[in-house]
Design a protein around this ligand. Structure first.
Ligand SMILES: *[C@@H]1O[C@H](CO)[C@@H](O)[C@H](O)[C@H]1NC(C)=O
Ligand SMILES: *[C@@H]1O[C@H](CO)[C@@H](O)[C@H](O)[C@H]1NC(C)=O
Ligand SMILES: *[C@@H]1O[C@H](CO)[C@@H](O)[C@H](O)[C@H]1NC(C)=O
Ligand SMILES: *[C@@H]1O[C@H](CO)[C@@H](O)[C@H](O)[C@H]1NC(C)=O
Ligand SMILES: *[C@@H]1O[C@H](CO)[C@@H](O)[C@H](O)[C@H]1NC(C)=O
Ligand SMILES: *[C@@H]1O[C@H](CO)[C@@H](O)[C@H](O)[C@H]1NC(C)=O
Ligand SMILES: *[C@@H]1O[C@H](CO)[C@@H](O)[C@H](O)[C@H]1NC(C)=O
Length: 495
């Protein structure tokens, strides 16, 4: 698999420090490294400040790629109506103020021309807008991946003289153009860079919108068709694969994005929707499939053997199917969790696992446990007020919190970051307690991505200290019991 790297410059809690996070797709690897700002600045081959909120950005020969991000990315977005939300007929307007994505809006006689990677806007006024170029992907700060994303030309054309004005397909609704290239293939990126921004950008159209996909993949439509059909009543258009001219009255090119795996209600166009509304979309999306799965099962076996288990709180272990960051004593963990009172399900999703099945497991669970990695994205499938325990291996604290911990709290989950002790890491036996790898992961992360990747991401497994972990299990159990009884009270009152 093609391996991309990303480097995120992050303004850490300590004012004088910058943190740099690196992620590799494919291996689903993440890490971070921190630089003292002085050292950091001296390394930079160039650095500039774009606004009081913006941090400098740099190239680092280490990675041969660069990118930038800050903790407060979402605050660059205007809090009032977004730019270009109210443009006049016959114009193209691009909002390039966002750090994570550009977005262009075209109004009037909009026509696709995939042969030239263009979207034309036909107008009869002499006052043509200048042509624009845009890559409709939400990681604009990350040049290494943006280099792989197809660019679209947005061009105004004179409708009096143009001969190529035939519409093969006329759509009476607006279009939203976006790319499923880039890091698509990694579930974290599929949701963070694609599906959630698609919700943010399109939900106010109330499904009266056509999605035009650049760098379209059949498998993506297979995997996300359920969700897409909750956002649009119309079939997808494969921009490159469909050479016909599609005509629209309006088009949005590019997606809006707020923050990691979340929806910021104050930035939504019409209504104040949140990440919970996004989750409701997922619930509606997977409901029909789950209903038919349940029906198939009841037809297969008349008796409901699991009814007793349903009384117990359910714990799902989201197990990594890979060569690293496994829970080495998973069998024992299952045993201890069962002793605590849970009914336990071990889920080992891979690329082919049906999303509806994963949703079903998550939506019926009280607690989910997993080791930090892209699969943690499935916390989005958990019901608000349930428990998400992320096991945080050595050297992965920052990424675990930023990408999953914080967003999980915004969804209303009870989030527990279980930071392992050195002895719970497989690295402890390998390197010994006095090695900097064990004593001071930050110093290793500072040395560079290659170290982080090899040691903490690819080279580490977890052996839980179950006496220690049991505390977390017991608290989660008690929490679940209390939540369940609270939720059952209204039902008891009714009957
Ligand atoms: C949502 O966006 C607003 C405006 O940019 C910002 O002030 C606020 O902090 C954001 N909320 C969250 C929870 O990030
Ligand atoms: C916008 O422009 C298109 C063609 O340029 C025209 O067909 C349409 O009627 C116009 N709409 C409005 C509301 O003026
Ligand atoms: C197109 O034609 C209309 C009416 O025939 C005219 O008003 C307009 O100026 C023309 N536009 C251009 C760009 O020539
Ligand atoms: C042409 O554009 C200029 C500036 O963009 C604007 O002030 C002017 O009103 C426009 N004229 C027409 C006829 O649209
Ligand atoms: C949206 O938020 C405003 C306050 O910011 C509130 O008055 C209104 O009821 C909310 N609307 C919905 C649909 O939640
Ligand atoms: C998820 O669980 C809730 C209640 O716990 C249920 O109402 C809902 O139908 C479930 N969703 C799906 C898609 O099965
Ligand atoms: C990963 O998944 C594959 C196919 O689903 C399976 O054959 C393999 O045993 C799994 N590996 C681990 C470590 O669970």
């Amino acid at each position: 698999m093609v391996q991309y790297q990303r480097l995120i410059i992050h303004h850490g809690r300590k004012e004088e420090r910058f943190r740099v996070s690196v992620e590799e797709v494919g291996g689903l690897k993440r890490a971070k490294q921190k630089f003292l700002s002085l050292l950091f600045l001296s390394i930079l081959s160039f650095c500039f400040v774009m606004s009081p909120y913006l941090f400098g950005f740099s190239t680092l020969s280490l990675l041969d790629s660069f990118s930038r991000e800050s903790e407060a990315l979402s605050s660059y977005e205007p809090s009032t109506a977004p730019l270009c939300s109210d443009i006049s007929n016959g114009t193209i307007c691009c909002d390039r103020t966002g750090l994570r994505s550009d977005i262009c809006v075209m109004k009037g006689d909009v026509r696709t021309n995939s042969a030239s990677s263009s979207v034309f806007l036909f107008t009869s006024t002499k006052n043509n807008t200048n042509p624009e170029k845009i890559k409709p992907y939400t990681r604009k700060w990350e040049t290494s991946v943006m280099d792989t994303v197809q660019e679209l030309n947005l061009i105004t054309k004179d409708s009096n003289s143009s001969s190529d004005r035939v519409c093969d397909v006329y759509h009476d609704v607006p279009a939203v153009f976006f790319s499923t290239g880039g890091y698509t293939g990694n579930v974290y990126h599929e949701f963070n860079d694609g599906i959630i921004p698609l919700f943010i950008t399109s939900q106010h159209f109330n499904k009266k919108v056509v999605f035009v996909i650049v760098e379209y993949h059949d498998w993506w439509e297979m995997k996300y068709g359920d969700i897409v059909s909750q956002l649009s009543d119309y079939p997808l258009v494969d921009f490159n694969g469909d050479s016909r001219t599609h005509c629209f009255k309006e088009a949005t090119v590019g997606l809006r994005i707020h923050d990691e795996l979340t929806v910021n209600s104050t930035l939504m166009v019409n209504e104040n929707q949140t990440i919970v509304d996004f989750r409701n979309v997922l619930d509606r999306a997977y409901s029909p499939r789950i209903q038919s799965l349940i029906q198939e099962e009841t037809e297969a076996k008349e008796t409901t053997t699991t009814s007793l288990d349903l009384k117990k709180p359910k714990l799902v272990i989201l197990s990594r199917n890979g060569s690293s960051r496994a829970i080495l004593n998973e069998n024992l963990l299952v045993k201890v969790a069962e002793e605590t009172g849970f009914s336990v399900e071990v889920l080992r999703p891979d690329k082919r696992t049906e999303m509806a099945k994963i949703y079903r497991s998550m939506n019926t669970s009280d607690v989910m446990i997993g080791v930090h990695g892209a699969a943690m994205t499935h916390f989005l499938f958990l019901k608000p007020k349930t428990v998400f325990i992320q096991i945080v291996p050595l050297g992965t604290d920052w990424a675990a919190e930023t990408y999953y911990g914080e967003p999980a709290k915004k969804l209303g989950l009870k989030y527990v970051g279980y930071k392992i002790t050195p002895k719970e890491s497989s690295l402890y036996d390998e390197y010994g307690k006095d090695d900097p790898i064990i004593r001071d992961p930050d110093s290793l992360n500072d040395k560079g991505w290659e170290y982080t990747k090899k040691i903490y991401l690819q080279g580490q497994n977890v052996k839980l200290d179950l006496r220690r972990f049991r505390e977390t299990l017991i608290r989660s159990y008690d929490f679940s019991i209390r939540r369940r009884s609270r939720e059952e009270v209204p039902r008891l009152l009714v009957t």
